[in-house]
Ligand binder design. Structure first.
Ligand SMILES: [Zn+2]
Ligand SMILES: [Zn+2]
Length: 392
């Protein structure tokens, strides 16, 4: 019987065999279950079981299969090995590269034109590389590792009373909609009245940096912007080092001028800057102001019409005082309250000077954190865990 089978028969049965094997391998691949680190697999099975509220404040981290890879010494953002869309991508067969067909038109000797179809490899351009692209942007943003987990929906408020809880929730909503506005309007049309700076002001540890980084991450992950986090004092120190080496600081500053989203944390902190450093800083702010670049500032200095509550100001370190919310605090023993900082009685305007302040004022939304207690004070050493992790 076998001798009677035609060559085509044999060929097609071999092909079927190959297909079956391929399917089995596919099933095997899925069953062998690479561990999911990003929590997406859990989320998908959860969604199948129960209907999840479609809250406006969704987690960035569950939308893209991104997790924080913790090695012994380093923390970095990484694509979840189980959920990486590249693995099952049919467009590029998992390479991430795309082959583009390009038509080259030549003119032949007889004057006729000839068309040649040329295949060109376009590296890492397949749509499935999107997550990897976002991971690169996140890793280039210099987010301090203790804040890498920051996310609008992760922020804890257990230490707050109901008024404070409401204020923090409102602030989260404000900065969240700032980000959406920025992303939508910037991409669509030019809006003359669009505020493209946002200034988060208020006491130490009240969650400003957490929200600033949540915003930065959202703008990177959801909209693909490039971003950078800089600590104000660190930036001044870097500039100082440049100055001492007779360098212009231009390489450093150019990066900060051109990045889509810049976070400057603790603007105004410290008091040791010289004229040259201030000039460079002024130039940076001015350049972002002129170029309508999104800039997120956090600061302990308050705008002129705001004041820290008298009771909060540690004027007499030995006096037992109660803060605005009626809790007894002892500033003499409390290491977290910076007694010698000038922000208690100097405004942001006075600290930055009228020129810089007025520019910021013109294009910035201001979000008020005064009256919110410090995360640090209430949670002490577990400050690093103030946001619950999806993937602990
Ligand atoms: Zn995953
Ligand atoms: Zn692909």
């Amino acid at each position: 019987m076998n001798e009677n089978r035609s060559f085509e028969d044999i060929f097609s049965s071999l092909q079927r065999l190959a297909e079956i094997r391929e399917q089995e391998e596919g099933i095997f691949k899925r069953n062998s279950k690479t561990k999911c680190f990003c929590g997406r697999n859990d989320l998908i099975s959860q969604q199948a079981e129960e209907f999840i509220d479609n809250d406006e404040l969704e987690s960035n981290q569950t939308k893209e299969p991104i997790y924080i890879q913790k090695n012994e010494l380093t923390f970095k953002f990484a694509v979840c090995p189980a959920c990486n869309p590249r693995i099952d991508c049919k467009m590029c067969e998992g390479t991430g590269h795309r082959i583009l067909n390009k038509v080259h038109v030549y003119e032949a000797e007889d004057g006729e034109t000839e068309e040649h179809l040329v295949e060109e490899l376009s590296p890492n351009s397949c749509a499935c590389m999107h997550t990897e692209h976002l991971v690169n942007l996140l890793n280039n943003a210099d987010i301090p590792c203790k804040y890498m987990d920051a996310d609008f929906i992760n922020i804890k408020d257990e230490h707050l009373n109901s008024i404070q809880e409401k204020k923090l929730a409102d602030n989260i909503q404000k900065i969240h909609s700032f980000c959406k506005q920025i992303a939508i309007k910037k991409l669509e049309n030019y809006d003359k009245n669009l505020k493209y700076f946002v200034t988060l002001f208020g006491p130490v540890g009240s969650g400003k940096t957490l929200l600033a980084i949540s915003a930065l991450k959202m703008l990177i992950i959801e909209f693909g912007f490039s971003g950078k986090f800089v600590d104000f004092q660190f930036l001044l120190n870097q500039l100082k080092a440049e100055y001492e080496q007779n360098k212009s600081g231009e390489v450093l500053l150019n990066k900060l001028r051109n990045i889509d989203i810049l976070v400057i944390d603790e603007l105004g902190k410290g008091r040791n800057e010289n004229e040259w450093q201030l000039e460079k800083l002024d130039d940076l702010i001015n350049s972002r102001y002129n170029a309508r670049k999104v800039t997120i500032l956090t600061t302990n200095y308050l705008p002129p019409l705001y004041k820290y509550d008298e009771k909060d100001i540690p004027r007499n370190p030995n006096r037992e005082i109660s803060n605005y919310w009626g809790q007894e605090i002892n500033n003499g023993k409390n290491q977290n309250i910076p007694i010698h900082e000038s922000f208690w009685n100097q405004s942001l305007l006075e600290r930055l000077g009228a020129r810089m302040y007025e520019r910021i004022y013109e294009v910035s939304e201001f979000i008020d954190f005064t009256g919110l207690p410090s995360f640090r004070k209430h949670i002490g050493k577990s400050f690093l865990n103030i946001y619950s992790s999806n993937h602990s």
